[in-house]
Design a binder for this molecule. Structure first.
Ligand SMILES: *Cc1c(COP(=O)(O)O)cnc(C)c1O
Length: 437
């Protein structure tokens, strides 16, 4: 299918898939196979030289997974994508790809808890350094934070858990002035609300586990590349050096940039991290994600509407000290939301519980519709207390730095009736206030 020219909602149900290539199957088939017949010895040589497109072994690529990769790339306006087994694998493979061998990543305190933990405790053991700007709301802070070893800036387009927003375009400009790419975790926004590549980002990563899949039934991750970053600027020899897997007919080794000028990044992730570190997405999980993406716009639209209604409700409640969502009254992110997220700033956000810790626990234990669990973007509404769970490994100082005080409660809005959700919160607030004298 020619992808160009089609709108988002057409691509989300048809992108990356031509039924003619798959026995005219209407629904994308699940290629549940570990390996593929090679045909003959000449064909395998063509495949290994990249002279012919085809499949060898599912750790390197699989037709069901390919449809998912092409579809997400189309939805984000990227040149290519690669799917992996989780959002964490997508982040790690991406950041190691740019900073391997002693590089540093410049980031912010406004990040998913697993990302924070791995940055602090795991990356340094692999020789990848992490620097954090102290004021992520000031784009110039990123310019000041860049060192000669910095190999990328990494931000979340809508941050977990507080739904804060960075000025993507300005941060991208600062990155490019310094010869490094901007990498954006776009998990909360999804390609429906925001396409970071169109605002200057170079690489986009997803936890597809969340709103992209949208049904709380699969763990997955996707990396999308924009295809325009100049990897040959001298800072990234891994893309310009000859590589042992990229031999041509004469046996000469080529570079990733030579072989794939518009998709060197995802090809390198595939031939370095995916095939040797092995966090491969299963064909069945790719199928579930494709199924989820078919209704991405419809789901996210309703979830954003539900979130905005709940924000309005919480703002009026005496048991709520503050609400952190760009649509909240007096949010400092209003103008950035208008600029980057005209369809809404997502459906996951936090509020401060106004009461004792005991009352907060009663509130969480009393909700009946909101599921108490560490996930977001599900079709069901979810609740959690980040300081004790998703961000539980942060020290009190780090929690303060990240803007997550002890009273923080995170909500992820699902697809239920908003009135039922409000009634549920109301009865839980009432119980939390009546049971403690
Ligand atoms: C959940 C999440 C991740 C990690 O994704 P997994 O699929 O759980 O590995 C990364 N970034 C953000 C913003 C997340 O919410």
């Amino acid at each position: 299918m020619a992808e160009s020219g089609y709108g988002f909602d057409t691509l989300k149900v048809r992108g990356g898939y031509n039924p003619k290539d798959h026995n005219y199957a209407v629904s994308v088939p699940i290629y549940q196979t570990a390996s593929f017949e090679l045909g003959d010895t000449e064909r395998v040589e063509r495949l290994l030289r990249f002279d012919e497109e085809g499949y060898l072994y599912t750790r390197m690529g699989n037709p069901t997974v390919t449809v998912l990769e092409k579809r997400v790339a189309a939805l984000d306006g990227g040149t290519a994508a690669i799917a992996v087994a989780s959002g964490m694998a997508a982040i790690t493979y991406t950041l190691f790809s740019v900073a391997e061998g002693g590089g540093r990543i410049l980031t912010t305190p406004h990040l998913y808890g697993g990302t924070v933990d791995s940055f602090k405790r795991i990356y340094p053991r692999f020789g990848v350094g992490i620097d954090q700007v102290s004021d992520p709301d000031d784009p110039e802070a990123f310019r000041r934070g860049i060192t000669p070893e910095t190999r990328a800036i990494f931000i979340e387009s809508i941050s977990n858990p507080n739904a804060t927003l960075p000025d993507i375009r300005r941060i991208a400009e600062i990155a490019h002035e310094n010869g490094i790419p901007l990498i954006v975790d776009n998990t909360f926004a999804t390609p429906y609300l925001l396409n970071p590549l169109k605002h200057g980002a170079d690489i986009v990563v997803y936890s597809a586990t969340k709103a992209l899949g949208g049904h709380g039934n699969v763990i997955g991750g996707v990396i999308v590349e924009g295809g325009t970053f100049p990897w040959d600027n001298g800072k990234f020899p891994q893309f310009t050096e000859p590589h042992f897997l990229l031999r041509d007919e004469s046996g000469k080794e080529r570079s990733f940039l030579e072989l794939a000028p518009t998709s060197p990044f995802t090809l390198r992730v595939r031939l370095t991290y995916l095939i040797y570190f092995g966090a491969v997405l299963s064909p069945f999980d790719a199928y579930l994600l494709l199924q989820g993406i078919e209704t991405l716009s419809e789901r996210v639209k309703k979830q954003v509407a539900n979130a905005e209604k709940i924000v309005r409700y919480l703002e009026t409640h005496e048991a709520v000290a503050w609400v952190s969502h760009p649509a909240a009254e007096g949010s400092p992110y209003r103008s950035l939301a208008e600029k980057y997220l005209p369809k809404g700033a997502g459906s996951t956000f936090t509020f401060g519980f106004n009461g004792t810790e005991q009352q907060s626990d009663i509130f969480i234990n009393s909700v009946r519709l909101f599921s108490y669990q560490a996930n977001v973007g599900d079709s069901r509404s979810l609740i959690i207390n980040p300081p004790k769970t998703t961000h539980g490994e942060l020290t009190p100082e780090e929690l303060e730095f990240a803007g997550i005080p002890p009273e923080t409660i995170r909500l992820s809005l699902g697809l239920e009736e908003p009135d039922d959700l409000i009634a549920d919160l109301a009865q839980a607030f009432a119980l939390s206030r009546s049971e403690v004298a």
